[in-house]
Ligand binder design. Structure first.
Ligand code: APR
Length: 228
């Protein structure tokens, strides 16, 4: 059975990483359009860098929770038949042990050069405008997909959704496309669909089944059932 899992901010909430839409539409005190658009970066790159530099540093203070660990355990059990697509820019899936992970919205621990387009693993700050290790130009930006930009890996994602027998969305509000449309695509291609989320999302009605609760409890239970 081929399983495709889509994760969102809710799976990292119990690790202490703030979600996007649970705090008055603010993201750590910022309006999303002030820090997560190419226009914001053009107007005030220092503010945008400080925001992502803080979040990158914060990764050192958080750890994977039982939901991330359960997905790693599922990969141990079914190997290549599992693909995790995450909208998250943290690295908690990898630190839990998952290897088959696509970061459709990019990664905090990566820098993108606007001059040569090279992506470089990055754990330090970008706000001091370091040179690109590839071309030497000081045009490194956070390697995250901002509003108005094309998500990564869409070709591989749609192939996987097309072949999936089971599609499971975990901890995502269903507010941001294209990810919010994956359930319809997978369902149309013949997959069964399941949502695991704290509260009903904007697309709960499109799933065959939905369970509400904490990801740290729901995901390990669901993985136990599947590996049964
Ligand atoms: N367990 C399960 N679900 C949870 C938990 C939890 N402990 N805590 C919160 N949730 C749920 C919320 O109920 C909400 O539906 O997780 C969801 C988080 O939704 P968002 O904050 O909108 O995050 P996400 O869906 O990942 O956002 C999508 O929006 O701003 C952009 O690029 C950003 O990738 C992000 C995208």
């Amino acid at each position: 059975m081929k399983v495709v899992v889509l994760t969102g901010a809710g799976i990292s909430a119990e690790s202490g990483v703030p979600t996007f839409r649970d705090a008055d539409g603010l993201w750590e005190g910022h309006r999303v359009e002030d820090v997560a658009t190419p226009e914001a970066y053009d107007v005030q790159p220092t503010v945008v860098h400080r925001f992502y530099d803080d979040r990158r540093r914060a990764l050192g203070r958080v750890a994977p929770n039982p939901a991330h660990l359960a997905l790693a355990r599922l990969e141990e059990g079914i190997g290549d038949d599992l693909l995790v697509i995450t909208q998250n820019i943290d690295d908690l899936h990898e630190r839990a042990g998952s290897t088959r992970v696509l970061h459709m919205h990019g990664e905090l621990r990566s820098a993108l050069c606007r001059a040569c387009m090279r992506r470089t693993p990055w754990t330090g700050d970008l706000g001091d405008f370091p040179p690109c290790p590839g071309c030497g130009v000081t045009e490194l930006r956070p390697d995250v997909v901002w509003f108005g930009e094309m998500p990564y890996e869409m070709d591989r994602i749609f192939v996987a959704l097309d072949q999936a027998d089971l599609f499971v969305a975990i901890g995502t509000s269903g507010a941001v496309y294209p990810a919010a449309g994956f359930v319809q695509f997978a369902s149309g291609a013949g997959a069964r669909t399941l949502e695991l989320n704290l509260a009903p999302s904007e697309v709960t009605g499109l799933f065959d089944d939905a369970r509400q609760g904490l990801a740290g409890e729901l995901v390990p239970r669901w993985v136990d059932e599947l590996l049964g």
